[in-house]
Design a protein around this ligand. Structure first.
Ligand code: FAD
Length: 393
């Protein structure tokens, strides 16, 4: 079994690390204190993403992406995840569902999105539909040869920055025909109702959108009528792996900072790491990170080796659940080791501790990941998770 990273994987890791250190870390404090980055900074960061060759890492070279493997995306996500304020989000990952677009949609949406000229946001969640996407009320009704969309979407990440929205709506209000629509934000009838504040500082916003008689043609249906849930599932696999990679990075940065502080901080005439209570926290952090990293890298590598779609979905839940819960525990300990300084917003550990809380909520809560894993155990047996190779051997 070869567990080593290839020279190409290492090159991606080094590139992402250099980008995070040169471009993201210097923005952290300003972002935290002012809550937003100025337009010029965001534009400069967009150009820097392209200059570092990090645009469209999750798409093929033919459409202007970087054609990275899942493992390469993971090592990149880990490095970027070390940045606070979710600055990793400045590196765009055009929605995987766009691959299922028509030739015209690929030309008009996917290619410019990989280049950073366009940006999407994804709108699934609604006031009555969170974990249970079947409760979506947003509907698209046929009027002549057009679709007319009406509804409301919440928590639309990057909705302030995006110029188009991938809207999950039920065709003719039929929950059995969930469908994705490409809706340009400038289309009449699309409006932002409000942009609430959240626990974390996030480089972009999470506005709430209202759609009132928004008309689009058949050319804006993505992947076919009725395929909405199926396409969203593929998106979940990718997003859950990305969250897991970001969580690894956040935990590792917090661990390194706490270890450094434990060595330098002297109380009762000795460095605090000499107190076993503190050293045991560091030991637990190391164990947790090592375990989660092993799983995240393994699942990414298995996907690159052709893991079937069902198992990829199940294992993406495992890594998302494990890594997000791990990051919460590790960063809580990091705050503890810093004492009062760990509670100051100028300390990256304080910010990371706040940032990772949402990772147990979005893209499926921890409970929903357990529902998925439990359901797979029931249907396919324990070996899906306990066996080593695909099929549980
Ligand atoms: C900052 C942020 C950004 C987001 N970005 C986006 C975005 O870009 N696009 C988008 O569409 N959505 C986005 N979301 C929405 C996110 O995916 C939902 O918040 C999440 O799926 C949970 O839905 P909910 O908030 O309605 O909680 P609910 O579904 O109401 O859940 C409430 C509680 O009940 C539990 N629960 C629900 N069902 C079950 C069950 N079957 N078994 C056990 N427990 C259960 C949950 O785990 C949770 O603890 C974002 C959310 C946040 C906070």
């Amino acid at each position: 079994m070869d567990l080593s990273l290839s020279p190409e994987d290492r090159a991606w890791q080094a590139r992402a690390r250099a980008f995070a250190e040169a471009e993201l870390f210097p923005q952290e404090v300003e972002l935290e204190l002012s809550g937003r980055l100025p337009r010029e900074t965001k534009d400069r960061l967009r150009r820097a993403v392209v200059a570092h060759g990090l645009n469209g890492i999750n798409h093929a070279r033919e459409v202007g992406g970087q054609g990275c493997t899942q493992l390469q995306q993971t090592v990149i996500g880990e490095e970027l995840g070390k940045a606070t304020g979710a600055l990793w989000a400045v590196v765009w990952h055009p929605a995987v569902a766009l691959r299922h677009g028509s030739a015209a949609q690929i030309r008009d949406y996917l290619v410019p999105s990989c280049a950073g000229e366009r940006r999407a946001c994804v709108a699934v969640t609604e006031p009555e539909a969170g974990s249970d996407a079947r409760r979506v009320r947003t509907r698209a009704d046929r009027r002549g040869d057009r679709w007319v969309i009406n509804g409301e979407k919440w928590f639309v990440t990057t909705g302030d920055e995006a110029d188009y929205i991938i809207v999950h709506a039920n065709a003719e209000g039929d929950p059995a025909r969930p469908t994705l629509f490409l809706v340009d934000k400038a289309t009449p009838g699309v409006r932002v109702r409000r942009e609430p504040k959240f626990t974390h500082t996030y480089v972009f916003g999470h506005p709430e959108f209202v759609f009132e008689d928004v008309e689009v043609g058949d050319d804006k249906v993505l992947g076919g009528v009725g395929r909405g849930l199926e396409l969203t599932k593929d998106w979940f696999v990718e997003a859950r792996l990305q969250i897991a990679a970001n969580c690894l990075g956040a935990a590792i940065r917090g661990f390194e900072a706490a270890e450094d502080w434990a060595t330098r901080r002297v109380q009762f005439d000795r460095p605090i790491r000499d107190f076993q209570a503190v050293e045991f926290m560091l030991a637990d952090m190391a164990v947790e990170i090592m375990a989660a990293k092993s799983t995240v890298y393994r699942v990414a590598a298995e996907i690159d080796r052709g893991l079937d779609r069902k198992t990829a979905h199940a294992w993406a839940s495992v890594v998302k659940l494990q890594a997000s819960e791990m990051a919460g525990r590790v960063l809580d300990k990091a705050v503890q080791i810093f004492g009062g300084r760990g509670y100051m917003r100028e300390n990256p550990v304080e910010r990371l501790n706040r940032d990772v809380r949402v990772d147990r909520i979005w893209e499926g809560t921890s409970e929903i990941q357990r529902v998925i894993i439990g359901g797979q155990i029931r249907k396919r047996g324990t070996a899906v998770f306990t066996g080593w190779e695909q099929g549980g051997r």
